[in-house]
Design a protein around this ligand. Structure first.
Ligand code: FAD
Ligand code: 2HG
Ligand code: ZN
Length: 529
């Protein structure tokens, strides 16, 4: 098997410096003819699935005079009122939540966003800021009749300083578009995720998304330099021209990173982008146990060090779902209980490949890994990444998915998947036939960041499944001192569970901030704060 690694990886292939792992845009999926995504398969209204959540009567109901006002400040095509067209903005990516908004607004400028919010605040109209609508906690869609404020038309790249790598853009620029622009100039966006073809850079900042290369580039809390934000009362606050070092007072932009649209609307951002590595290598490995995943990680950190840019793990069950979805042969000849995807990136392809091969050889000799392949060209590289990046979609297309995105100490990480599987089996919910709502509970994620994605793939959304898992999962995570949200946020799904991770004094401070900056609570109501 090692020969296989060496044989398949030893040719001196220099991989292309540009990787564009395009995923179909959500809009394309939504409007495709496949049954899973077609509008004909109606998603249950959130208000029906969660009857305990009531519309807050403090909020005004949209009137013709409101429409007239918005028409007076926006071009006609920036207002969406058609029921069919509104579906895209009302339904979330998982097709688990559906709001009842009657109006989506698509401003083009910060000034227009400011006018919209000022008016909504005075009228007490609730507003949901929306980026690419790829969020996975129901935070990006309305619950009742909130107005959707889509940033999709705010999509201009403002500037790139090719000396410092400081990139400034409107928040509605699609992540992949931003990254392509940076690639043309020798830079890389310091965040990469499977939804890059649809999600907005502003949306990723609003959720503080982590993604596939956090291991290398760190959190957005570190790389974002400044933000342009419109507060609930319409006031524009901007730190977009901030330089890398600035120690004058509170770092206010941090408040908005990860605030999920509850404190202000991000209209522009500036971010420090690193030079784009010239070469990427990807290895896909099979191992016998979760223990071996951890051992491989420790070894990779020590032996690949500065060139390691991603370390992802997947269990056998999620690869089975991915296989059904991708309809191609597995990358490895034999099946293994766990798989690892390692990416290295650096400035010298031959040197990186040599290092990677030496690492794999020793890991194989020490029986840490059982099998593996290295991509030899860009097509193979994208193909291997597909086995990782397509898992979220593979888990949800059979009817739906319950997602739990958690941080745990590495030694406990996979224990949650075993615990969830056992709980669902005991509750008689997991099985091979249509009688059972649950198809499987699978685990994968960003091992390098201690981030597990527990995905419970279902044939249909059913309350019994949710009841079996919530708060069970959150209690389990809390007992291990983990976080109930590692990177997706709290949104609607986890709004009642913040106390499992944050203390009462912390929650109190969050409420005070909300009260201070959005006293009428018009921004993203019914969500976590
Ligand atoms: P939306 O989904 O539209 O919004 C998300 C939240 O931010 C909402 O609460 C919304 O109100 C708010 N918001 C959006 N734009 C703004 C704005 N301009 N101002 C204020 N608030 C705003 N996440 C990870 O962390 N790591 C991953 O690896 C990852 N992979 C993914 C893979 C797939 C296939 C999918 C579907 C999702 C993935 N995600 C991942 C989830 C992730 O949260 C989103 O992809 C991304 O961060 C959201 O961007 P968006 O533009 O779609 O925002
Ligand atoms: C990923 O890492 C995303 O692929 C999505 O964060 C995870 O769908 C999920 O649970
Ligand atoms: Zn993730």
């Amino acid at each position: 098997m090692l020969r296989q690694i060496i044989k398949r990886g030893s040719s001196s292939v220099v991989l292309s410096s540009r990787i564009a792992r395009a995923v179909p845009s959500r809009a394309a999926l939504f409007h495709s003819s496949s049954t899973q995504y077609s509008a004909s398969k109606t998603v249950k209204l959130t208000a029906e699935s969660y009857p305990n959540v009531k519309r807050d009567e403090r909020y005004a109901t949209l009137e013709q005079s409101d429409i007239d006002y918005f028409k007076s400040i926006l071009p006609e095509n920036a207002l969406i009122q058609d029921q069919d067209d509104l579906l895209f903005y009302n339904e979330d990516w998982m097709r688990k939540y559906r709001g009842q908004s009657k109006l989506t607004l698509k401003p083009k400028t910060t000034e227009q966003v400011s006018q919209i919010l000022k008016y909504a605040n005075e009228r007490n109209l609730a507003v949901v800021p929306q980026g690419g609508n790829t969020g996975l906690v129901g935070g990006s869609v309305p619950v009742f009749d909130e107005i959707v404020l889509s940033l999709a038309n705010m999509n201009k790249i403002r500037s790139l300083d090719t000396t410092s790598g400081i990139f400034k853009a409107d928040s509605g620029v699609v992540l992949e578009v931003a990254d392509q622009h940076l690639a043309e100039n020798g830079y890389i966006f310091p965040l990469d995720l499977g939804a890059k073809g649809s999600c907005h850079i502003g949306g990723t900042v609003a959720t503080n998304a982590g993604g596939l290369r956090l291991l290398r580039y760190g959190s957005l809390h570190g790389s974002v330099l400044g933000l342009e934000v419109v507060l609930a009362n319409g006031k524009i606050v901007s730190s977009i021209d901030a330089l890398r070092k600035d120690n004058t007072g509170y770092d206010l932009k941090q408040l908005f990173i990860g605030s999920e649209g509850t404190l202000g609307v991000i209209t522009g951002l500036s971010i420090l982008c690193p030079p784009r590595p010239k070469n990427f290598n990807v290895a896909f490995l099979g191992v016998e146990s979760y223990e071996a995943v951890m051992k491989t990680f420790v070894k990779a950190k020590s032996e690949l060090g500065e060139i390691l840019s991603a370390f992802e793990f997947m269990d056998e069950s999620c690869q089975e779902l991915a296989k059904k979805h991708l309809k191609t042969a597995y990358p490895l000849e034999e099946q293994h209980p766990f798989y690892i995807l390692i990416e290295t990136s650096g400035s010298n392809g031959e040197h990186d490949l040599e290092k990677l091969e030496a690492f794999l050889e020793s890991a194989f000799e020490n029986e840490v890994i059982q099998d593996g392949v290295i991509a030899q060209d860009e097509t193979q590289l994208k193909g291997l990444w597909n086995w990782r990046e397509q898992i979220p979609e593979a888990c949800q297309i059979n009817g739906g998915v319950y997602k739990y995105d958690v941080s745990l100490p590495l030694s406990d990480l996979y224990g949650l998947v075993d615990a969830a599987r056992e709980r669902l089996t005991q509750a008689g919910l997991l099985g091979d036939t249509e009688d059972f709502p649950v198809i499987d509970a699978v685990g994968y994620g960003h091992v390098g960041d201690g981030n597990l994605h527990l995905n419970v793939a279902v044939r249909r959304y059913e309350k019994s499944v949710e009841k079996a898992l919530e708060p069970f999962v959150y209690e389990w995570v809390s007992s291990k001192k983990g976080s109930i949200s590692a990177e997706h946020g709290l949104g609607f799904q986890k709004k009642n569970y913040i106390g499992y991770t944050k203390s009462q004094p912390e929650i109190e401070m969050m409420k005070q901030l909300k009260q201070l900056y959005d006293p009428n609570a018009i921004l993203n109501p019914y969500k976590y704060i």
